[in-house]
Write a new protein. Structure first.
Length: 240
């Protein structure tokens, strides 16, 4: 098929636009920047949930430490009261009761001290975990701000692009009727009417041509569109 090199670029854009429209169909186009922004929004929500759980764990452990400290305070007061009463008590039975209670209080205080030490170790780890979540949340917030700006810019640029159907009509109006007829015939035959040739591979079937076929395509006159020997697609070469 004969076609002016400048119009070959028009034919290639027409073929690419129609192929893109067939792939996308009626679905709204979503920019990669918008997809990345939405991913970060979801990730930030997961991080916020994790941070809230970490904060709750710290709060619960702090409450547990306060409970242990309050129980310790009460037991130490009880132990001091028992000791004071033993100083004045002379009845053997009563003294045994006071000694037993004092021993029980001291034993429980020792247990509480062990629990308190373990709780302090745990809350140290929990606070570190909370700090890590906080730092990650701050970084995600920064990334989100950048992603939002990029998505807004990309969406604005995409909205400014001519509607594919309108662009297809514009491109078709720039091509001769006989060229469109041959293009449509080839498209009906192989689903791809025209595609680019990068020097080695057909952009229609993505097959790497043999060295002989590559040379044949490259040596074809500038105003001629050679066929792909594999799928028959018209090949548009890069303009020098």
């Amino acid at each position: 098929m004969k076609l002016d090199p400048k119009q070959q670029a028009v034919l290639l854009e027409l073929a690419n636009t129609e192929r893109s429209l067939e792939v996308v169909g009626d679905k709204a186009f979503v920019t990669p920047e918008q997809t990345e922004y939405e991913r970060l929004v979801q990730e930030q929500q997961r991080m916020l949930n994790a941070s809230a759980s970490a904060r709750m764990a710290v709060d619960d452990m702090e409450a547990e430490i306060l409970r242990i400290q309050e129980d310790e305070r009460k037991l130490r007061k009880r132990e001091r009261d028992d000791k004071a009463q033993l100083t004045a008590e002379t009845d053997p039975e009563r003294r045994r009761e006071l000694e037993h209670d004092r021993y029980s209080a001291k034993s429980r205080i020792a247990d509480l001290m062990s629990e308190l030490a373990e709780s302090h170790n745990q809350i140290h780890a929990l606070r570190n975990n909370l700090d890590v979540h906080g730092a990650k949340s701050d970084e995600l917030t920064r990334q989100l701000e950048m992603a939002k700006r990029a998505a807004d810019a990309a969406n604005a640029a995409a909205a400014a692009v001519t509607d594919p159907e309108t662009r297809i009509a514009e491109l078709r109006s720039q091509l001769p009727a006989d060229v469109l007829a041959e293009y449509e015939a080839q498209k009906n035959d192989s689903d791809v009417g025209a595609a680019d040739f990068n020097g080695r591979t057909c952009g229609g079937c993505y097959i790497v041509l043999s060295g002989m076929d590559q040379e044949r395509v490259r040596r074809a006159p500038a105003d001629e569109l050679p066929h792909c020997p594999e799928c028959g697609t018209y090949l548009v070469r890069k303009q020098s």
